[in-house]
Write a protein that binds this ligand. Structure first.
Ligand SMILES: [Zn+2]
Length: 450
Protein backbone atom coordinates (compact mmCIF):
# COMPACT_ATOMS: atom_id res chain seq x y z
CA UNK A 1 0.00 0.00 0.00
CA UNK A 2 1.29 3.40 -0.91
CA UNK A 3 0.19 6.22 1.35
CA UNK A 4 1.11 8.73 -1.29
CA UNK A 5 -0.53 7.81 -4.57
CA UNK A 6 0.46 10.76 -6.60
CA UNK A 7 -1.44 11.38 -9.78
CA UNK A 8 -0.66 14.85 -11.01
CA UNK A 9 -3.76 16.96 -11.53
CA UNK A 10 -4.19 19.62 -14.18
CA UNK A 11 -5.21 22.10 -11.49
CA UNK A 12 -2.85 24.14 -9.31
CA UNK A 13 0.00 23.91 -11.80
CA UNK A 14 0.85 27.55 -11.06
CA UNK A 15 1.63 26.66 -7.47
CA UNK A 16 5.22 25.52 -6.94
CA UNK A 17 4.81 23.87 -3.56
CA UNK A 18 2.54 20.99 -4.49
CA UNK A 19 2.60 17.69 -2.65
CA UNK A 20 2.80 15.66 -5.87
CA UNK A 21 6.09 17.44 -6.64
CA UNK A 22 7.74 16.20 -3.47
CA UNK A 23 10.02 13.16 -3.38
CA UNK A 24 8.73 11.49 -0.25
CA UNK A 25 9.01 7.70 -0.55
CA UNK A 26 6.81 6.06 2.06
CA UNK A 27 8.36 3.10 3.78
CA UNK A 28 6.16 0.97 6.00
CA UNK A 29 8.17 -0.95 8.58
CA UNK A 30 6.40 -4.26 9.36
CA UNK A 31 5.30 -4.71 12.97
CA UNK A 32 7.41 -7.83 13.55
CA UNK A 33 10.53 -6.06 12.26
CA UNK A 34 9.79 -3.25 14.71
CA UNK A 35 9.47 -5.70 17.58
CA UNK A 36 12.66 -7.48 16.60
CA UNK A 37 14.61 -4.23 16.43
CA UNK A 38 13.15 -2.46 19.46
CA UNK A 39 16.61 -1.78 20.81
CA UNK A 40 17.76 0.06 17.72
CA UNK A 41 14.58 1.67 16.37
CA UNK A 42 13.07 4.57 18.30
CA UNK A 43 9.74 6.29 17.64
CA UNK A 44 11.28 9.29 15.87
CA UNK A 45 13.51 6.99 13.83
CA UNK A 46 10.53 4.86 12.69
CA UNK A 47 8.28 7.85 11.89
CA UNK A 48 11.02 9.61 9.92
CA UNK A 49 11.64 6.45 7.87
CA UNK A 50 7.95 5.66 7.37
CA UNK A 51 6.95 9.17 6.33
CA UNK A 52 9.80 9.74 3.89
CA UNK A 53 11.85 12.25 5.89
CA UNK A 54 15.04 10.15 5.89
CA UNK A 55 16.11 6.84 4.39
CA UNK A 56 18.88 4.56 5.60
CA UNK A 57 21.99 4.29 3.42
CA UNK A 58 24.28 2.24 5.67
CA UNK A 59 24.09 1.29 9.34
CA UNK A 60 24.15 4.64 11.12
CA UNK A 61 24.08 6.83 8.02
CA UNK A 62 21.08 8.29 6.28
CA UNK A 63 19.87 10.07 3.19
CA UNK A 64 18.09 13.27 4.12
CA UNK A 65 15.08 13.57 1.81
CA UNK A 66 13.54 16.90 0.72
CA UNK A 67 11.18 17.38 3.70
CA UNK A 68 13.99 16.50 6.12
CA UNK A 69 16.32 18.97 4.41
CA UNK A 70 13.74 21.73 4.68
CA UNK A 71 13.49 21.16 8.45
CA UNK A 72 17.29 21.02 8.80
CA UNK A 73 17.74 24.23 6.83
CA UNK A 74 15.27 26.01 9.10
CA UNK A 75 17.32 24.91 12.09
CA UNK A 76 20.56 26.04 10.42
CA UNK A 77 19.00 29.41 9.65
CA UNK A 78 17.95 29.85 13.28
CA UNK A 79 21.47 28.96 14.47
CA UNK A 80 23.09 31.37 11.97
CA UNK A 81 20.80 34.18 13.17
CA UNK A 82 21.84 33.65 16.79
CA UNK A 83 25.54 33.34 15.86
CA UNK A 84 25.41 36.67 14.07
CA UNK A 85 24.20 38.32 17.30
CA UNK A 86 27.36 37.28 19.18
CA UNK A 87 29.73 38.04 16.34
CA UNK A 88 30.66 34.45 15.58
CA UNK A 89 32.00 33.90 12.06
CA UNK A 90 31.19 30.93 9.87
CA UNK A 91 33.98 28.79 8.41
CA UNK A 92 34.20 25.34 6.86
CA UNK A 93 37.10 23.18 8.02
CA UNK A 94 38.03 20.08 6.04
CA UNK A 95 36.50 16.73 6.96
CA UNK A 96 39.97 15.14 6.86
CA UNK A 97 42.31 16.00 9.74
CA UNK A 98 45.87 14.66 9.69
CA UNK A 99 46.35 12.05 12.42
CA UNK A 100 49.60 13.72 13.56
CA UNK A 101 47.53 16.60 14.99
CA UNK A 102 45.45 14.17 17.02
CA UNK A 103 48.59 12.38 18.11
CA UNK A 104 50.07 15.59 19.51
CA UNK A 105 47.03 16.24 21.73
CA UNK A 106 46.83 12.62 22.88
CA UNK A 107 43.36 12.11 21.50
CA UNK A 108 44.34 9.57 18.84
CA UNK A 109 44.60 7.15 21.73
CA UNK A 110 41.69 8.54 23.80
CA UNK A 111 39.17 8.14 20.98
CA UNK A 112 40.68 4.86 19.81
CA UNK A 113 38.48 2.69 17.60
CA UNK A 114 35.67 5.26 17.50
CA UNK A 115 37.73 7.23 14.99
CA UNK A 116 37.24 6.61 11.29
CA UNK A 117 40.64 6.72 9.64
CA UNK A 118 41.70 6.70 6.00
CA UNK A 119 45.10 6.34 4.35
CA UNK A 120 46.07 8.28 1.26
CA UNK A 121 48.33 7.06 -1.57
CA UNK A 122 51.39 8.43 0.23
CA UNK A 123 50.55 6.31 3.27
CA UNK A 124 49.51 9.32 5.33
CA UNK A 125 46.74 8.65 7.87
CA UNK A 126 43.82 11.03 8.11
CA UNK A 127 40.83 11.11 10.43
CA UNK A 128 37.24 11.66 9.33
CA UNK A 129 36.81 14.26 12.02
CA UNK A 130 34.28 13.75 14.82
CA UNK A 131 35.20 17.22 16.15
CA UNK A 132 37.69 19.95 15.18
CA UNK A 133 39.63 21.26 18.20
CA UNK A 134 42.89 20.08 16.62
CA UNK A 135 42.07 21.36 13.15
CA UNK A 136 40.96 24.81 14.29
CA UNK A 137 43.97 25.19 16.63
CA UNK A 138 46.23 24.27 13.73
CA UNK A 139 44.47 26.88 11.59
CA UNK A 140 45.15 29.60 14.18
CA UNK A 141 48.74 28.37 14.66
CA UNK A 142 49.32 28.69 10.91
CA UNK A 143 48.57 32.42 11.02
CA UNK A 144 51.79 34.01 12.19
CA UNK A 145 52.04 37.10 14.35
CA UNK A 146 48.46 37.22 15.64
CA UNK A 147 48.19 40.15 18.02
CA UNK A 148 46.19 40.37 21.27
CA UNK A 149 44.14 43.04 19.49
CA UNK A 150 42.56 40.39 17.23
CA UNK A 151 40.78 38.61 20.08
CA UNK A 152 38.21 37.51 21.15
CA UNK A 153 37.66 35.37 18.06
CA UNK A 154 34.75 32.99 17.60
CA UNK A 155 34.68 30.63 14.64
CA UNK A 156 31.96 28.11 13.89
CA UNK A 157 30.84 25.66 11.23
CA UNK A 158 27.99 23.24 10.60
CA UNK A 159 29.38 20.16 8.89
CA UNK A 160 29.14 16.39 8.83
CA UNK A 161 31.08 14.64 11.58
CA UNK A 162 31.98 10.96 11.85
CA UNK A 163 32.22 8.44 14.64
CA UNK A 164 32.61 4.69 14.21
CA UNK A 165 29.85 3.76 16.67
CA UNK A 166 30.03 0.17 17.82
CA UNK A 167 26.22 -0.05 17.69
CA UNK A 168 24.45 2.66 15.69
CA UNK A 169 20.85 3.05 16.83
CA UNK A 170 17.77 5.27 17.00
CA UNK A 171 18.37 6.73 13.55
CA UNK A 172 19.84 10.22 13.68
CA UNK A 173 20.21 10.03 17.46
CA UNK A 174 23.23 7.78 17.39
CA UNK A 175 24.56 7.58 13.87
CA UNK A 176 28.02 7.15 12.42
CA UNK A 177 27.66 10.30 10.37
CA UNK A 178 25.90 13.33 11.84
CA UNK A 179 25.47 17.01 11.21
CA UNK A 180 27.06 19.04 13.96
CA UNK A 181 27.46 22.73 14.61
CA UNK A 182 30.74 23.38 16.41
CA UNK A 183 32.06 26.69 17.64
CA UNK A 184 35.53 27.50 18.95
CA UNK A 185 36.37 30.59 20.97
CA UNK A 186 39.86 32.07 21.37
CA UNK A 187 40.77 34.57 24.07
CA UNK A 188 43.90 36.12 25.50
CA UNK A 189 43.34 35.10 29.14
CA UNK A 190 41.18 33.00 31.44
CA UNK A 191 38.89 35.85 32.42
CA UNK A 192 38.09 36.77 28.82
CA UNK A 193 37.67 33.09 27.92
CA UNK A 194 35.13 32.77 30.71
CA UNK A 195 33.26 35.79 29.36
CA UNK A 196 33.15 34.23 25.87
CA UNK A 197 31.98 30.97 27.40
CA UNK A 198 29.03 32.66 29.10
CA UNK A 199 28.18 34.60 25.99
CA UNK A 200 28.01 31.44 23.85
CA UNK A 201 26.04 29.57 26.53
CA UNK A 202 23.48 32.41 26.57
CA UNK A 203 23.27 32.18 22.81
CA UNK A 204 22.67 28.41 23.01
CA UNK A 205 19.93 29.06 25.59
CA UNK A 206 18.28 31.35 23.02
CA UNK A 207 18.55 28.72 20.29
CA UNK A 208 16.91 26.06 22.46
CA UNK A 209 14.25 28.47 23.70
CA UNK A 210 13.32 29.36 20.14
CA UNK A 211 13.10 25.69 19.11
CA UNK A 212 10.55 25.47 21.92
CA UNK A 213 11.08 21.92 23.19
CA UNK A 214 11.66 21.99 27.00
CA UNK A 215 15.41 21.70 27.57
CA UNK A 216 17.59 21.16 30.61
CA UNK A 217 21.05 22.59 31.11
CA UNK A 218 23.20 20.42 33.33
CA UNK A 219 26.73 20.52 34.67
CA UNK A 220 28.64 18.06 32.52
CA UNK A 221 31.84 16.12 32.77
CA UNK A 222 34.82 17.25 30.72
CA UNK A 223 35.82 13.67 29.87
CA UNK A 224 38.26 13.12 27.03
CA UNK A 225 37.77 16.70 25.84
CA UNK A 226 39.65 18.16 28.80
CA UNK A 227 39.31 21.64 30.28
CA UNK A 228 37.90 23.10 33.48
CA UNK A 229 34.16 23.59 33.01
CA UNK A 230 31.44 21.98 30.95
CA UNK A 231 27.68 22.16 30.48
CA UNK A 232 25.29 19.89 28.64
CA UNK A 233 21.93 20.60 27.04
CA UNK A 234 19.34 17.83 27.24
CA UNK A 235 15.87 16.86 26.12
CA UNK A 236 14.12 14.45 28.48
CA UNK A 237 13.04 11.22 26.74
CA UNK A 238 12.55 7.57 27.67
CA UNK A 239 15.08 6.36 25.12
CA UNK A 240 17.73 8.83 26.30
CA UNK A 241 21.16 7.39 27.04
CA UNK A 242 22.11 9.95 29.68
CA UNK A 243 20.88 10.12 33.24
CA UNK A 244 20.16 13.54 34.67
CA UNK A 245 20.01 14.21 38.36
CA UNK A 246 17.84 17.18 39.30
CA UNK A 247 17.51 18.81 42.70
CA UNK A 248 13.99 19.92 43.60
CA UNK A 249 15.37 22.19 46.31
CA UNK A 250 17.77 24.40 44.34
CA UNK A 251 16.90 23.49 40.73
CA UNK A 252 20.41 22.26 39.96
CA UNK A 253 20.91 19.74 37.14
CA UNK A 254 23.88 17.45 36.61
CA UNK A 255 24.75 14.42 34.54
CA UNK A 256 25.05 11.42 36.88
CA UNK A 257 28.42 10.46 35.37
CA UNK A 258 29.67 13.53 37.27
CA UNK A 259 30.12 12.56 40.89
CA UNK A 260 27.68 10.70 43.17
CA UNK A 261 23.98 10.47 42.53
CA UNK A 262 22.34 10.32 45.97
CA UNK A 263 22.80 13.98 46.94
CA UNK A 264 22.71 17.33 45.14
CA UNK A 265 26.33 18.36 44.59
CA UNK A 266 25.27 22.02 44.74
CA UNK A 267 23.18 22.33 47.95
CA UNK A 268 23.65 18.84 49.41
CA UNK A 269 19.89 18.18 49.55
CA UNK A 270 18.84 14.55 49.10
CA UNK A 271 15.57 15.63 47.51
CA UNK A 272 16.63 14.59 44.03
CA UNK A 273 15.12 13.05 40.91
CA UNK A 274 16.73 11.02 38.18
CA UNK A 275 15.48 11.09 34.60
CA UNK A 276 16.73 9.81 31.25
CA UNK A 277 17.65 12.37 28.63
CA UNK A 278 19.15 12.87 25.19
CA UNK A 279 22.17 15.16 25.03
CA UNK A 280 21.68 17.74 22.29
CA UNK A 281 24.46 20.22 23.07
CA UNK A 282 27.73 20.35 25.00
CA UNK A 283 30.04 23.22 25.92
CA UNK A 284 33.59 23.17 27.28
CA UNK A 285 35.91 25.77 28.71
CA UNK A 286 39.11 24.18 27.43
CA UNK A 287 41.94 26.30 28.77
CA UNK A 288 45.15 25.87 26.78
CA UNK A 289 45.21 22.08 26.31
CA UNK A 290 44.92 22.30 22.52
CA UNK A 291 46.55 25.66 21.92
CA UNK A 292 49.67 24.60 23.85
CA UNK A 293 49.99 21.26 22.07
CA UNK A 294 49.50 22.80 18.64
CA UNK A 295 51.13 26.20 19.28
CA UNK A 296 48.07 28.34 18.73
CA UNK A 297 49.66 31.44 20.22
CA UNK A 298 49.29 35.20 20.12
CA UNK A 299 51.62 38.09 20.89
CA UNK A 300 50.77 40.02 24.02
CA UNK A 301 51.45 43.71 24.70
CA UNK A 302 55.07 42.91 25.63
CA UNK A 303 55.52 41.05 22.31
CA UNK A 304 55.72 37.72 24.11
CA UNK A 305 54.19 34.66 22.46
CA UNK A 306 51.47 33.14 24.72
CA UNK A 307 49.05 30.19 24.18
CA UNK A 308 45.42 31.17 23.60
CA UNK A 309 42.60 30.23 25.96
CA UNK A 310 39.97 28.20 24.15
CA UNK A 311 36.35 27.15 24.44
CA UNK A 312 34.50 24.52 22.39
CA UNK A 313 30.74 24.41 21.90
CA UNK A 314 28.82 21.71 20.03
CA UNK A 315 25.21 21.41 18.90
CA UNK A 316 24.09 18.09 17.43
CA UNK A 317 22.04 19.56 14.60
CA UNK A 318 20.62 16.36 13.09
CA UNK A 319 20.25 15.00 16.59
CA UNK A 320 18.28 18.04 17.80
CA UNK A 321 15.83 17.48 14.95
CA UNK A 322 15.35 13.78 15.74
CA UNK A 323 15.23 14.34 19.52
CA UNK A 324 12.61 17.09 19.16
CA UNK A 325 10.48 14.74 17.03
CA UNK A 326 11.02 11.99 19.61
CA UNK A 327 9.79 14.24 22.44
CA UNK A 328 6.82 15.78 20.61
CA UNK A 329 5.42 12.91 18.50
CA UNK A 330 2.72 10.38 19.20
CA UNK A 331 3.18 6.73 18.19
CA UNK A 332 1.53 7.12 14.79
CA UNK A 333 1.68 10.87 14.25
CA UNK A 334 4.81 12.94 13.82
CA UNK A 335 5.07 16.36 15.48
CA UNK A 336 7.64 19.08 14.78
CA UNK A 337 8.62 22.20 16.64
CA UNK A 338 6.53 24.93 14.97
CA UNK A 339 9.62 26.69 13.72
CA UNK A 340 11.12 23.57 12.11
CA UNK A 341 8.17 21.89 10.38
CA UNK A 342 9.05 21.36 6.69
CA UNK A 343 6.00 23.42 5.73
CA UNK A 344 4.04 25.45 8.29
CA UNK A 345 0.71 25.32 6.42
CA UNK A 346 -0.88 22.70 4.18
CA UNK A 347 -3.94 23.57 2.06
CA UNK A 348 -6.38 20.82 1.08
CA UNK A 349 -8.48 21.72 -1.99
CA UNK A 350 -11.80 20.03 -2.89
CA UNK A 351 -11.97 16.52 -4.34
CA UNK A 352 -11.95 16.11 -8.08
CA UNK A 353 -15.47 15.80 -9.53
CA UNK A 354 -17.18 17.02 -6.34
CA UNK A 355 -19.80 19.75 -6.55
CA UNK A 356 -17.40 22.03 -4.66
CA UNK A 357 -14.58 21.58 -7.12
CA UNK A 358 -16.24 23.33 -10.01
CA UNK A 359 -17.29 26.32 -7.91
CA UNK A 360 -14.44 26.99 -5.46
CA UNK A 361 -11.21 25.41 -6.65
CA UNK A 362 -9.97 28.93 -7.48
CA UNK A 363 -10.02 29.72 -3.73
CA UNK A 364 -6.96 27.51 -3.28
CA UNK A 365 -4.77 29.76 -5.37
CA UNK A 366 -6.32 32.83 -3.78
CA UNK A 367 -5.67 31.72 -0.18
CA UNK A 368 -2.19 30.50 -1.12
CA UNK A 369 -1.30 33.92 -2.58
CA UNK A 370 -2.86 35.73 0.39
CA UNK A 371 -0.93 33.74 3.01
CA UNK A 372 2.30 34.11 1.06
CA UNK A 373 2.10 37.83 1.87
CA UNK A 374 2.93 36.99 5.50
CA UNK A 375 6.76 37.16 5.55
CA UNK A 376 7.18 33.97 7.61
CA UNK A 377 4.89 31.97 5.33
CA UNK A 378 6.74 32.74 2.14
CA UNK A 379 7.69 29.46 0.46
CA UNK A 380 6.29 27.77 3.53
CA UNK A 381 2.84 26.68 2.33
CA UNK A 382 2.14 23.36 0.66
CA UNK A 383 -0.93 22.39 -1.41
CA UNK A 384 -2.07 18.77 -1.21
CA UNK A 385 -3.04 18.45 -4.86
CA UNK A 386 -3.89 14.73 -4.72
CA UNK A 387 -7.44 15.74 -5.57
CA UNK A 388 -8.46 12.23 -6.57
CA UNK A 389 -8.50 11.56 -2.80
CA UNK A 390 -11.18 12.68 -0.36
CA UNK A 391 -10.60 15.67 1.87
CA UNK A 392 -10.90 13.43 4.95
CA UNK A 393 -8.20 11.06 3.74
CA UNK A 394 -5.81 13.90 3.01
CA UNK A 395 -6.52 15.44 6.44
CA UNK A 396 -5.42 12.17 8.06
CA UNK A 397 -2.15 12.26 6.10
CA UNK A 398 -1.58 15.93 7.04
CA UNK A 399 -1.98 15.01 10.71
CA UNK A 400 0.40 12.09 10.39
CA UNK A 401 3.18 14.15 8.85
CA UNK A 402 2.44 16.84 11.42
CA UNK A 403 2.01 20.05 9.42
CA UNK A 404 1.20 22.60 12.14
CA UNK A 405 -1.76 24.19 10.28
CA UNK A 406 -4.18 22.58 7.81
CA UNK A 407 -6.61 24.71 5.79
CA UNK A 408 -9.55 22.91 4.17
CA UNK A 409 -11.28 24.34 1.13
CA UNK A 410 -14.53 22.38 1.60
CA UNK A 411 -18.30 22.70 1.48
CA UNK A 412 -18.38 25.69 3.84
CA UNK A 413 -16.48 27.63 1.21
CA UNK A 414 -19.66 27.43 -0.92
CA UNK A 415 -21.31 30.06 1.33
CA UNK A 416 -21.71 33.55 -0.05
CA UNK A 417 -18.81 34.56 2.15
CA UNK A 418 -16.49 31.52 2.11
CA UNK A 419 -15.65 29.89 5.45
CA UNK A 420 -12.34 28.05 5.75
CA UNK A 421 -11.73 25.21 8.14
CA UNK A 422 -8.41 25.60 9.99
CA UNK A 423 -6.87 22.80 12.03
CA UNK A 424 -4.29 24.04 14.56
CA UNK A 425 -2.45 20.85 15.42
CA UNK A 426 -0.44 22.21 18.36
CA UNK A 427 -3.53 23.57 20.13
CA UNK A 428 -5.65 20.65 18.91
CA UNK A 429 -8.30 23.09 17.65
CA UNK A 430 -10.53 23.17 14.59
CA UNK A 431 -11.84 26.62 13.68
CA UNK A 432 -14.18 27.98 11.02
CA UNK A 433 -12.85 31.29 9.80
CA UNK A 434 -13.47 33.93 7.17
CA UNK A 435 -10.53 34.82 4.99
CA UNK A 436 -9.50 37.89 7.02
CA UNK A 437 -9.84 35.96 10.30
CA UNK A 438 -7.66 33.19 8.90
CA UNK A 439 -4.93 35.66 8.04
CA UNK A 440 -5.11 37.26 11.50
CA UNK A 441 -5.08 33.91 13.28
CA UNK A 442 -1.95 32.70 11.49
CA UNK A 443 -0.23 36.03 11.89
CA UNK A 444 -0.80 35.97 15.65
CA UNK A 445 0.13 32.32 16.02
CA UNK A 446 3.43 32.79 14.19
CA UNK A 447 4.60 36.30 15.02
CA UNK A 448 6.17 35.35 18.34
CA UNK A 449 7.92 32.33 16.92
CA UNK A 450 9.73 34.00 14.06
ZN1 LIG B 1 20.34 21.32 45.23
Amino acid sequence: MNLYQKTKSKLYINITNRLTNIFQPINVIPKDAQRKNQEIISKSHRLMLELGIIRQANPGSFHFLPLGVRALEKLLHLIDEEMLKIGAQKVILPTLTHSKLWKSTGRLQDFGSELFTVKDRHNQTYILSPTHEEAVSDLIASVSQMSYKEFPLKLYQTTNKYRDEIKPRFGLLRGRQFLMKDLYSFDVDVENARHSYEEVCDSYNNIFSRIGVPFYKAIGSVGAMGGSLSHEYHYKADIGEDQLISCSKCGFYANTDFGGSDKCSHCNSDNIDISTAIEVGHTFLLGDKYSKALMANYFNEKRRSVPLQMGSYGLGVSRILAAAIEVLSQEQEMRWPLLLAPYTVIIIPPKEGSKEEGVIHHLTEKVYALLETLPFLQNNILVDDRIQMTIGRRMIDARRVGYPFTIVIGSKCMEEKPIFELVDLQKNLTLNLYEEQLLLYLRDALKNVY
